[in-house]
Design a protein around this ligand. Structure first.
Ligand code: FAD
Length: 311
């Protein structure tokens, strides 16, 4: 049911979805989230560096153990890393975190984790893990990625998951829409789409990134995005930062106040044709995704051009 009808039944509802249950499976305690795919292939990783990126986000730089001489598994910008942690009493916790660095990273994976006050894994990572600790990972996975943002030599490994229909061309605009910690996979995409490394993605005529955050304290990677933007020689990058609750300390860190909406998207993409012909990559909480989907629908964007990941 669309938003208008849904709101008439449940005030404030954006969408009403009806499910027909075909099968009920018992959920084993601690088995979240569903995108953690269990493969027999795991690999211990050493935490090499931890960086506080904002009030509640820390980045963890992960490297193979010294005795593990294999190269890192390749990944596409936008994919996530399944990790396995142990609680104090030895119980296993499995979670997935988007890789936030460039796919051509210098021999490490970077994940960036928001601390949830009552969250199990994010509190272990933030409060208990230190440089030199080890956690288990599985191969990077997920189908939310830039189609040609692949590392050199990765084609055979990924040939089965690259959707050839999704090859995007140099005449298209890439639009990144994110909110909060949804910044992580899009940051990796920004690195990939502006990379000058041979064999990496250089498809777009322009990149527009609209990001929403509460305020400056909850807005990680400000400097990194600025640096990538300034250094990009192959594609112009335009960003627009919208804070919902800026503070006096936030002076020059944001461009406007409120939430990302269709008027902002239209103003940044300039013409309705440009809006319809762009490729959209969205990441954020489910309420944000739902709002963005409505905005893009209103603007007449073909759903085929909208790719999203919800945390
Ligand atoms: C594909 C994918 C990519 C992701 N990438 C990222 C990323 O890059 N960065 C990132 O930070 N996260 C990411 N996530 C989310 C991440 O996997 C975890 O879900 C997140 O870190 C929360 O895990 P947790 O164990 O800390 O919280 P959980 O213990 O799983 O709790 C989930 C939520 O419930 C709340 N909660 C728990 N117990 C209670 C209670 N008793 N009362 C009220 N509330 C409660 C917690 O505060 C938390 O907000 C991603 C998820 C997916 C699926």
């Amino acid at each position: 049911m669309d938003s208008e009808k849904a709101a008439s039944v449940y005030p404030g509802a954006l969408r009403l979805i009806t499910f027909h249950v075909e099968q009920v499976n018992e959920v084993v305690a601690g088995s979240l989230p569903i995108r953690w795919s269990s493969t027999s292939e795991e690999r211990p990783m050493l935490i090499k560096k931890i960086v506080q990126e904002s009030a509640d986000v820390k980045s963890f730089y992960l490297q193979p153990l010294p005795q593990d001489k294999r190269p890192l598994w390749n990944f596409h910008a936008g994919q996530h890393l399944p990790i396995r942690l142990l609680t104090e009493d030895g119980a296993e916790v499995r979670r997935t975190y988007s890789l936030s660095g460039a796919p051509s990273g210098d021999g490490y994976y970077r994940i960036s984790v928001k601390r949830h006050n009552l969250g199990l894994a994010s509190r272990i990572l933030h409060d208990e893990m230190s440089v030199g600790d080890v956690l288990e990972i599985s191969r990077p996975s997920g189908d939310f990625f830039l189609p040609e943002a692949k590392t050199p030599g990765s084609s055979s490994e990924y040939s089965n998951c690259i959707d050839q229909e999704r090859l995007e061309t140099k005449s298209d605009q890439l639009v990144l829409l994110s909110s909060g910690i949804g910044i992580t996979p899009l940051l990796s995409m920004l690195h990939a789409a502006t990379s000058t490394e041979p064999g990496t993605s250089r498809n777009y005529k322009r990149i527009v990134w609209l990001h929403g955050a509460r305020d400056g304290k909850h807005h990680p990677f400000q400097d990194e995005v600025q640096q990538v933007k300034t250094a990009s020689t192959i594609v112009p990058v335009e960003t627009h930062i919208r804070y919902s609750q800026p503070t006096e300390a936030d002076d020059a860190q944001y461009d406007s106040i409120g939430r990302i909406d269709s008027a902002l998207i239209l103003s940044k993409l300039r013409t309705e044709d440009d809006v319809r012909n762009a490729h959209y990559y969205l990441c954020g909480p489910s309420s944000f995704m739902s709002e963005m989907e409505d905005n893009l629908n209103q603007l007449g964007v073909d759903p085929e051009r909208i790719h999203f990941e919800s945390f």
